[in-house]
Design a binder for this molecule. Structure first.
Ligand SMILES: C[S@@+](CC[C@H](N)C(=O)[O-])C[C@H]1O[C@@H](n2cnc3c(N)ncnc32)[C@H](O)[C@@H]1O
Length: 458
């Protein structure tokens, strides 16, 4: 017989609470008789009066009404559009507080989801200057009173708010996007209007090579043509000589997905270059490239250290993107095999290997969970397996193959501690032991948390 529980709070009720924790999206968590209430902008240890705004069977949402005791880590968020934007969730928490919160997040999920009580978890490696770090800006374009707006969607809506400066964005991208907006306005380019599925310009993306200074600009349009294309390009290139590639991506669909299937080069090269450490990379418009170049080096150095290569090992790099980690590893390995699902990224990866004179790498296009089991059947064995999956983590059949293959070490790079913990549990049950976990702060001011773990076959 199931017992129906009545939530201990009611809608519109005002109550006093003490916050204990943060959710994975940065809201404060308070509990009433074990029943959790989520409140945006609240921090652990804070005492507050809140108003209940939504009640569900197992949890509720509240709004901060009055803070009675503030967290010692609370600070004034420096960004003027912080509350409307939603791109950052932690600007009201000092950077020291953010690093502590992320370390706690990793510890909690390792215990709760992974059942890993005794694993060594290091403090988060943070940034000296945790601002202006993003090398990629991707902004929706709208129109208002005859002009264009470029910025962000107001939280929970598709209303575009204009933003001239994003505090986590590398300044060069902000400056370029403001200029592109003015140039497009001058030549009468219309913004895409979602409700009517009319107009031209949907998004503008700028990607900056931190070391080379090269910039790629991408226009995402609903239409095949970008009106006054040549004049627009000429003005951009005259004002910004470091723009080395201008690309148009055509997305004709009614969709929230940003990119369409067709990409054409309007000016310059199909890629820009950047360097991480001693390795040079060509990056094309649709390829994944880490957004925080300073911390990427920290992360990859740690992955390389955990791989503990002597020069004799065969290594598989699953989810390899444009071969960034693969080429880092190839400096110290006998042979590296990279696998990635996006064909353009694998073309970039091959070009990158040639660019750096590396001949001990081989890349394959496909799902890691299909390609690697096939390699295993063909007799390929890795001494070290590196995985860097998207947020949903590794597919079960890939984990099963890793368990069968029994590499000496697995280096797991993760952008989602919850799926990392889940997958570590599966690998531990299959005969591996997690030796240590190093969280690296790739995304200051946000709740996103990256970590690299090393496991050994026991
Ligand atoms: C977090 S990124 C890591 C990329 C690369 N290791 C890096 O650091 O730049 C994850 C990559 O996995 C790719 N991917 C997603 N699902 C995949 C799958 N099932 N098999 C192989 N690659 C996949 C994505 O296209 C993306 O390039």
């Amino acid at each position: 017989m199931s017992v129906k529980m009545t939530p201990p709070v009611g809608k519109n009720e005002y109550i006093d609470v003490i916050f204990e924790d943060l959710t994975h999206d940065g809201a404060g968590v308070a509990k009433v008789n074990g029943y959790p209430i989520f409140v945006a902008q609240a921090l652990p240890e804070e005492h507050a009066t809140i108003k209940i705004i939504k009640v569900k069977k197992n949890f509720a949402f509240g709004r901060l009404i009055e803070l009675h005791k503030k967290s010692p880590y609370r600070q004034e968020a420096p960004c003027t559009v912080y509350k409307q934007c939603g791109g950052c969730q932690l600007q009201h928490l000092s950077y020291e507080g953010q690093l502590k919160a992320k370390e706690k997040q990793v510890r909690d999920v390792m215990r709760r989801i992974g059942g890993l009580e005794d694993v060594l978890i290091h403090p988060v490696l943070g940034m000296e200057k945790p601002w202006e770090y993003r090398n990629k800006a991707q902004v929706p374009i709208g129109d208002r009173e005859g002009g264009l707006v470029a910025g962000f969607y107001r939280q929970g809506t598709h209303e575009i708010i204009n933003m001239e400066k994003c505090l986590i964005q590398i300044e060069a991208n902000d400056v370029l996007i403001q200029a592109v907006k003015a140039i497009c306005e001058k030549y009468g380019v219309q913004a895409y209007r979602e409700e009517q599925h009319k107009g031209t310009l949907r998004h503008v993306m700028a990607r900056y090579g931190q070391v080379t200074g090269e910039i790629m600009l991408v226009f995402v349009t609903r239409t095949e043509d970008l009106p006054q294309q040549q004049q627009i390009i000429d003005e951009i290139v005259a004002q910004f000589p470091n723009v080395k590639s201008i690309v148009q991506n055509v997305n004709t669909k009614r969709t929230n997905v940003i990119f369409g299937d067709v990409t054409k080069i309007l000016y310059g090269s199909e890629y820009i270059y950047d360097c991480i450490g001693d390795i040079k990379f060509a990056i094309s418009a649709r390829s994944f490239y880490q957004v925080n170049p300073i911390q990427t080096k920290v992360l990859y150095d740690k992955a390389l250290e955990y791989a503990a290569l002597s020069g004799q090992e065969e290594v598989i790099d699953a989810y390899c993107g444009i071969g960034t980690i693969s080429l880092f590893l190839a400096q110290k390995a006998k042979k590296v095999y990279g696998v990635e699902i996006v064909p353009e990224a694998i073309e970039d990866a091959k070009r990158n290997a040639a660019l750096n004179g590396m001949t001990n790498v081989e890349f394959a296009v496909g799902e890691a969970e299909t390609v690697i089991p096939n390699w295993y059947k063909q007799g390929i064995r890795a001494d070290v397996m590196v995985v860097d999956p998207p947020r949903k983590g590794c597919d079960d059949s890939l984990l099963a193959t890793i368990i069968d293959m029994k590499p000496k070490r697995v280096v797991y790079v993760s952008c989602n501690p919850a799926t990392l913990a889940r997958d570590l549990r599966i690998l531990e049950d299959g005969g591996f032991k997690t030796r240590e976990i190093q969280p690296v702060d790739m995304f200051p001011q946000t709740m996103h948390c990256e970590a690299v773990a090393v496991l050994e076959s026991v």
